[in-house]
Design a protein around this ligand. Structure first.
Ligand code: MGD
Ligand code: MGD
Ligand code: SF4
Ligand code: MO
Length: 594
């Protein structure tokens, strides 16, 4: 019999699926439209951890749970860290926070993902209420700004087929190739482009003045700030022509516009300001509170849903976690040894942690380091429910099949709660609690009650209901020269600083599934395909094989998220606002041994 559930992965689309005869199918209705993606199409072919193990020895699940309790008993609870990643977006993942918070363990805050951009949105609008994909479908012009929809939001594509498409990205992505306008911008210069666009709107009297009068009174001051940018030199710095800026303005004129942003724009320390400048362009066009208009980003998947779990706890950042300050680290749904920035630092810190516990589905760098490995059940083998960060549906995920392998988050938390006499409700009570935040929609899907399809209809959530524009910026002019030199060690060094682009791969979901293993660069840089090169930054280095990609700028190298060693290069600094990782803040040098 066909049963409905949903894909559990960290992905904009949060597809609904059916399960029949041990096979996963896409549902035909809603945005899923009958297709999934490689991750779910091949879900059963990825090998998983079958058996728990302690110090390399296989043990039973009962022994693993007892071992976990023994480890927790042996140390002060304040010396225990619960580090949870985004391997599964089911709301029941948080049930373990409930246990760890209650015993007085430390939890995490900060993010490896979207925090800088979110901080910028909140500063401007007072909240982060997202434009759902169903509204993007009603627009006439879509600007993909640092978002790669063929890879990360493929279910948006059928909804935007006949629209005017503008793409702003340093990489000529698939959508860029068919776009009406593609701007191959220099990385980390988007804030200036956004400011210039607002300035030209004003000059051409194309601002939505009624909107600004009501909700953006400070726009004149912001316009003055945009005038501090010297147009000619900044165009050169961004590698954007005046004609291209003019073309954007022409294409958006009097149209319903959706600016669809991704995390690409904000993997920098000033990511919040960049997002805020893009939002300001949206405000100048009056895109908020209107059908088919808006600025889409990653909303909070938990918006409009209250947690039933106790989560009040001491917290440390996920970006530069001092694992060595804890005796026990319990890692769930995450692969920090690959996905956190500054991998060498993480490896060294975790070397000094007495007990590393890994609770996950797949083998990876972190499971290899762990003392105790506990396999988790897949989403098909446990009860759950999920929400999305890009649409408003709430999708029940009832158990589809039985399996001998692994344990669910609920059962693990229940075991520990019982052992420590901590109250915990039944699994179905928690699922019902989550469901109570949804309501049946006309199209027979459940949607989160409190989320608006068109947010900011009655103004912004700032103190005075108005958009709060950026008030100051720092101008980074940057410099780039390409020189090929031969140094004395016969190390041929391309003495140039390359921008690191570290985006998402179509084959993997961060470090899950089929992971990439190469560095991509433009063939004009004269490295041979297949040759190994050493990439170094001020943080560390990694050796990878070259693959050509002429969709890249000459001043960029691309290493996908999930590639082993990519985060040797990246810095564990935080964004100025939003406590976020900044994976693209570093510059990379290339060398090779002849
Ligand atoms: N297949 C697949 N899907 C995924 C994921 C995955 O790993 N694989 N990961 C999921 C997760 S965790 C997230 S957060 C989302 C993220 O989804 P996206 O936001 O789409 O993710 P990215 O690929 O990191 O970045 C998007 C684009 O930003 C561009 N970019 C990089 N630097 C700049 C810049 O300075 N300026 C501009 N304008 N663009 C820039 C990149 O070239 C890339 O095309 O995807 C989710 N979906
Ligand atoms: N260089 C670079 N680094 C990046 C990024 C980048 O773009 N470039 N992106 C960053 C971003 S946006 C993100 S969100 C992070 C993601 O980083 P992580 O949160 O570490 O995510 P994954 O790499 O997907 O690893 C998730 C692990 O969760 C486990 N898992 C999956 N399902 C379940 C389950 O149901 N239960 C349990 N217990 N475990 C499960 C799997 O074993 C998997 O290995 O990476 C960040 N790191
Ligand atoms: S597109 Fe995203 S939500 Fe849909 S099946 Fe693939 S990973 Fe899951
Ligand atoms: Mo992410």
């Amino acid at each position: 019999m066909k049963k409905m559930t949903a894909c559990p992965l960290d992905c904009f689309d949060a597809c609904s699926i059916t399960y029949e005869d041990e096979k996963i199918y896409a549902t035909k209705d809603g945005h899923t439209q009958g297709f999934l993606c490689p991750h779910l199409n091949h879900y059963s072919s990825f090998e998983r951890v079958q058996t728990p193990r302690y110090k390399g020895q296989e043990i039973s699940m009962q022994e693993a749970l007892e071992k976990l309790k023994e480890i927790l008993d042996a140390n002060l609870k304040s010396e225990t860290l619960h580090y949870r990643g985004s391997g599964n977006f089911g709301l029941m993942q948080e049930v373990t926070d409930h246990f760890f918070a209650q015993i007085g363990a430390t939890l995490t805050n900060g993010t490896l993902c979207d925090g800088a951009g979110e901080a910028g949105i909140i500063e401007g609008r007072g909240s982060n209420k997202n434009m759902p994909i169903q509204e993007i479908a009603k627009s006439e012009v879509v600007i993909f700004w640092g978002r790669n929809p063929h890879t990360t939001s493929s279910h948006l594509l059928p909804l935007i087929k006949d629209k005017t498409i503008i793409v702003i990205d340093p990489v000529k992505t698939k959508i860029a190739k068919s776009a009406d306008l593609f701007i191959q911008i220099k990385p980390h210069t988007d804030m200036y482009l956004a400011m210039m666009l607002a300035r030209f709107l004003h000059i051409n009297d194309m601002c939505d003045n009624d909107f600004l009068e009501e909700y953006g009174n400070e726009f004149e001051e912001y316009y003055e700030l945009t005038q501090t940018i010297r147009i000619k030199s900044m165009l050169e710095n961004m590698s954007v022509s005046l004609g291209e800026v003019g073309k954007i303005i022409e294409l958006v004129k009097d149209k319903k516009v959706a600016i669809v942003c991704g995390v690409g724009i904000q993997k920098y320390r000033d990511g919040a300001d960049i997002m805020r400048a893009i939002d300001a362009f949206g405000a100048a066009l009056g895109l908020f509170g209107k059908e088919g208009c808006g600025v889409a980003y990653l909303g909070s998947s938990k918006a409009g849903v209250e947690s039933p779990f106790t989560t009040k706890a001491k917290r440390v950042s996920k970006v530069d976690t001092a694992f060595d300050e804890f005796k026990t680290v319990f890692i769930q749904g995450a692969n920090p040894l690959s996905q956190m920035p500054d991998s060498l630092r993480v490896t060294n810190a975790m070397r000094h942690t007495q007990n590393v516990v890994y609770f996950g589905i797949y083998e990876n760098e972190t499971s290899q380091r762990a003392d105790l490995v506990i396999p988790a059940k897949t989403f098909l083998e446990k009860e759950d429910i999920r929400t999305s960060y890009s649409h408003n549906a709430m999708l029940p995920m009832p158990k589809q099949s039985e399996s001998e392998v692994g344990i669910s988050e609920y059962n693990l938390a229940a075991y520990l709660c019982n052992a420590y006499e901590i109250p915990i409700k039944s699994e179905s009570q928690y699922i019902e609690h989550f469901k109570s935040f949804s309501t049946l929609h006309a199209d027979s899907s459940f949607r989160v009650k409190e989320r608006e399809e068109i947010p900011y209809k009655d103004g912004f959530d700032t103190d005075d209901g108005e958009f709060f524009f950026l008030e100051e910026i720092e101008i980074d002019k940057g410099s780039n020269k390409i020189v090929l030199t031969k140094n004395r060690n016969k190390k041929r060094k391309v003495s140039k600083d390359f921008h690191l682009i570290s985006p998402k791969s179509p084959k993997s979901l961060n470090s899950q599934f089929k992971r990439e293993s190469e560095v991509f660069l433009h063939s004009a840089l004269e490295f041979r395909e297949g040759e190994e090169i050493i990439l170094s930054s001020s943080v560390g280095s990694v050796t990878l094989k070259v693959k050509h990609n002429d969709d890249l700028r000459h001043d960029c190298i691309l290493i996908y998220s999930g590639t082993r060693g990519v985060n040797n290069l990246t810095s564990a600094l935080h964004s100025y606002e939003g406590k976020s990782a900044v994976f693209q803040e570093v510059k990379v040098q290339i060398s090779r041994v002849e």
